[in-house]
Design a protein around this ligand. Structure first.
Ligand SMILES: Cc1ncc(COP(=O)(O)O)c(C=O)c1O
Length: 583
């Protein structure tokens, strides 16, 4: 079958499907995920018609974005070429970073080589024994022992108490180069720039904690059953309805674990013969869900709409491998806010592509829900996009709501389908009572529906927005290289060199500031970073203290890579976006 014939076949199925979409672009019918992806039509039109369609899309979009200053700001920012901070990294830093890793690896191999000669008994797990293959690969083990092991004190630091604006760390020491740790018995209260407590709802007292306590006294801790059996409590149903109202969809389904929300629901939506187009930096739970589904997976470049469109066009025209039949469904999977990069997904452009090509869109709002948008309703709220333009809105309660678990929101048909087909609804235990109470009380507060604390939710949202912008702008003014969009509560600061990563973390701890540092393999090898998580519970004094310490450490470790113009440009970029937003 020739390419043209295949495309015609796709076009016919597209016509059929388009009749089943309402004016919001939602698929009408009992099970939206039973239908194939629509619209490869634009691929069949002449260049002229395609250009006209693109112009029409832009016009519709600009009419919509004009209604929202947020959307205008976002569109203004995203319409131009995005200049990455990484484009301006001096060659000297790139070369020295790669050289540093190379030296570390060469020395690690040398130490292992001599170690195996002198103390073979310590390397027994790397050798084949009695016909058993080694448990771990040589390089993985080398990396863990010789590189990660040296800086292990910077990770998994045990805490106690509430992970709020400040947190108590259990002090520990190692006498054997981080092979083991001993607690000293001392507890250190440190400024917490490491937790995802965006709105400061991680609290052990206050209105939410009171509601949690009252709910436990009334309903106990758990329903001791799955949702599909006896776990469907009134509290759960009411909270699901509230989540749907909050995100602006017809219905929602609550799952007791955020990771499982992705890992177990994606397989209920797509399977063999379907295609998942996934952003290359998607969270591991999305990757697990995609792999479990059995669908074909293709990856497009991070936040690169052109790469997504190219992949879409290729996939739609080529169809499935070997048979070249049209894909049963195409699901595009992105995150609302990428938590390692502090970047928002380019939702308006992706939604425009969705209108044009008719794929299904899945947006993971784990970090954006509660943290973005004037009303805290996530990335749709931030960009002024109608939530009905996204087929599946997923989010977690772990971050902004100070709770646990996740949700899937969308059309009633979608949610009813998942209640029956998703393993998270059928086999996993229903969300526990205190967590539901925390979710509903914090969400009610954000929505301004808690009469006693009517303004508190909005105050927290405003405080987070102000704190995040202030912190990112001050770092840029100091000359640090930061990543991410203006207003992101996650502010990554690039450290590059592998030696500076633990040094930064340890210096911060010395000064009573807890931070998370991230390096390869969690990031590309060149872009080791510290990731500051800003919260509404941080006061201006907290942020100023942190900035003062970070500035001193920056001088010590020579991290202020941006000078003069480059620094001013980054500040203007951050300020430009925030000025438009607040006007
Ligand atoms: C994008 C994304 N999705 C899903 C999850 C999983 O959520 P949870 O930690 O609530 O299990 C995370 C966790 O950080 C995440 O970042």
């Amino acid at each position: 079958m020739g390419k043209g014939q295949r495309a015609t076949q796709v076009y016919k199925s597209t016509e059929f499907i388009e009749q089943r979409r309402d004016e919001d672009g939602l698929v009408v019918g009992s099970d939206p995920f039973k239908l194939a992806p629509s619209s490869s039509a634009s691929l069949l039109e002449t260049e002229k018609a395609a250009a006209a369609a693109a112009a029409a899309t832009t016009t519709t979009e600009s009419a919509e974005t004009a209604a929202s200053p947020d959307a205008a700001a976002a569109a203004a920012k995203h319409s131009g070429e995005r200049t990455s901070e990484l484009d301006t990294v001096p060659t000297f830093i790139l070369v020295t970073t790669y050289l540093s890793y190379l030296m570390l690896i060469v020395f690690a191999h040398l130490r292992d080589f001599f170690g195996k000669l002198r103390h073979p008994e310590e390397y027994v797990q790397l050798r084949e024994q009695n016909g058993w293959a080694p448990m771990v690969s040589d390089f993985e083990s080398l990396w863990t022992r010789r590189l990660y092991g040296r800086i292990r004190d910077c990770f998994n630091r045990p805490i106690t108490g509430v992970a709020g604006g400040h947190v108590d760390l259990l002090e520990r020491v190692s006498h054997d180069f981080n092979k083991s740790f001993e607690f000293t018995g001392r507890v250190r209260n440190v400024l917490n720039l490491a937790s995802y407590n965006y709105l400061g709802f991680a609290q052990s007292e206050g209105p939410c904690a009171d509601k949690v306590e009252a709910a436990m006294r009334e309903h106990g801790l758990t329903q001791a059953s799955t949702r599909a059996e006896a776990g469907c409590s009134q509290l759960l149903v009411e909270t699901e309805e509230m989540v749907a109202r909050f995100v602006g969809t017809e219905a929602a389904l609550i799952v007791s674990m955020g990771y499982a929300t992705n890992a177990l629901n994606i397989p209920a939506l797509v399977g063999r013969g379907c295609l998942i187009l996934s952003d290359e930096l998607n969270h591991s739970s999305l990757v697990s869900g995609a792999r479990l589904s059995g669908a074909s997976i293709r990856v497009f470049r991070h936040n690169d709409v052109a790469s997504l469109e190219a992949e879409l066009r290729r996939s739609i025209t080529q169809g499935q491998p070997r048979t070249h039949r049209p894909w049963k469904k195409i699901l595009v999977v992105v995150e609302g806010l990428y938590s390692m990069e502090g970047e928002f997904c380019r939702l308006p452009e992706i939604v425009a592509l969705r209108r044009r090509y008719g794929f299904y869109l899945f947006v993971d709002e784990a970090h954006s829900i509660g943290a973005l948008g004037k009303r805290g309703r996530g990335v749709c709220d931030h960009f002024g996009v109608n939530p009905h333009e996204v087929d599946v809105l997923m989010g977690t309660f772990t971050k902004s709501f100070g709770a646990a678990g996740g949700y899937i929101a969308g059309s009633r048909a979608l949610v009813s389908h998942l209640r029956l087909k998703s393993h998270s609804a059928v086999y996993a235990e229903a969300m526990s009572v205190p967590v539901l109470a925390q979710v509903s009380s914090s969400m009610r507060m954000i929505m301004g529906e808690d009469r006693e604390h009517a303004l508190e939710g909005q105050q927290r949202l405003d405080q987070l927005a102000v704190n995040a912008r202030y912190f990112a702008r001050r770092l840029a003014e100091m000359g640090f290289m930061t990543m991410g969009d203006a207003g992101s509560p996650v502010v990554p600061l690039l450290l590059f060199s592998p030696a500076k990563i633990p040094a930064f973390s340890r210096e911060c701890l010395k000064r009573n500031v807890a931070v998370v540092v991230v390096s390869y393999p969690a990031t590309p090898i060149i872009t080791g970073r510290v990731r500051f998580c800003i919260s509404a519970s941080h006061t201006r004094a907290d942020l100023d203290y942190a900035l003062e310490q970070v500035s001193e450490i920056g001088d010590l470790l020579m991290l202020k890579f941006h000078k003069g113009d480059a620094s001013a440009k980054r500040v203007a970029e951050l300020e430009g976006a925030s000025r438009i937003k607040t006007e």
